[in-house]
Write a protein that binds this ligand. Structure first.
Ligand SMILES: [Zn+2]
Ligand SMILES: [Zn+2]
Length: 306
């Protein structure tokens, strides 16, 4: 399986349009220690020809444009066979609305995520402009299913949605009751190579379910949103703590790195980095400490094969 990181930033991207924190200032001025990042999304493929996107970021068009493997090979064509969603947060679904130009879309999502998008949202009707434009493929918690092509043929990849601690998208809070299927990690297995990717970019807390989802993975792309709980308040960027946004911080004794230290994972990668995160600076002490713990920090364009 080829895994290509299309975007490695959390919601808002890097730099974030309304942020003047030191990281965002430096990336705007072209400082060598930081590089710009688009919002969280990954493309996976068994054969390098047909691809599935994991999440559809607001920058999906730019991400496709700079990735030749995702370019059309006929006058009307896309090598993107389907899109699997981890939750309904806008940084993971807004890109769907940029993919409305009449190529049928195959969407893999839990019923809770599908309902939030389709039944609460008149704009979603733009993806139902003709019969068959959008086909939903239901992800049921902890039940593996094939990532099929639009005609139902197998792709060589299988996916399991594993519920992990998270939250409803902000725009659904108060409208719909929370469900364990609001937020999932995606576990993707390549039938040929046996390689296993676990994609878990919104994890409120490492609990038993998270550890089970990750156990035995060849590579994990994990929630690296915040280094510390009080990162935003300390930089004067807001009152919310990492946990308030359903992201367990990475660093410190209560952080996700410590909680995952004993799990056997061949390759561990942090992604979905918020613009405030010191891990965005390659020269930071925090970067050195995650490297010592055996973790890498994702960047846009990173490619991994398992
Ligand atoms: Zn996100
Ligand atoms: Zn910033």
């Amino acid at each position: 399986m080829i895994i290509r990181v299309l975007g490695s930033a959390a919601g808002g991207g890097f730099p974030q349009w309304n942020c003047g924190c030191p990281n965002c200032q430096d990336v705007r001025s072209g400082h060598v220690a930081v590089e710009p990042r688009t919002q969280d999304s990954v493309a996976v493929s068994a054969d390098g020809r047909a691809w599935f996107l994991l999440n559809a970021s607001p920058e999906v068009l730019a991400q496709i444009a700079r990735t030749p493997a995702l370019h059309p090979r006929a006058p009307r064509h896309s090598p993107i066979a389907g899109i699997a969603l981890t939750n309904g947060d806008l940084d993971h679904v807004l890109g769907l609305f940029s993919l409305r130009e009449s190529t049928p879309l195959q969407l893999f999502a839990t019923e809770a995520v599908r309902q939030g998008l389709e039944e609460r949202n008149a704009i979603f009707r733009t993806l139902h402009r003709f019969e068959g434009q959008t086909t939903w493929r239901s992800l049921v918690a902890d039940v593996e299913r094939p990532l099929v092509f639009p005609d139902g043929a197998p792709s060589g990849l299988r996916v399991t949605a594993c519920p992990v601690p998270g939250k409803l998208p902000v725009h659904l809070v108060g409208l719909t009751p929370p469900s364990p299927e609001d937020n999932v990690a995606l576990r993707i297995v390549d039938e040929q190579t046996g390689g296993v990717l676990v994609y878990a970019t919104a994890v409120g807390r490492v609990d038993g379910a998270v550890r089970r989802a990750i156990a035995g993975a060849t590579v994990v792309l994990f929630d690296g949103s915040f280094w510390s709980s009080d990162e935003l308040p300390r930089l004067g960027l807001g009152a919310a703590r990492a946990e308030d946004m359903a992201h367990q911080p990475v660093g410190g004794p209560g952080g996700s790195l410590a909680a995952l230290a004993d799990l056997p994972i061949a390759r561990r990668v942090l992604t979905h980095l918020n613009n405030s995160n010191p891990l965005l600076r390659g020269s930071s002490e925090e970067c050195a400490s995650v490297a010592r713990a055996g973790w890498e920090v994702a960047h846009d364009g990173m490619e991994i094969e398992v």
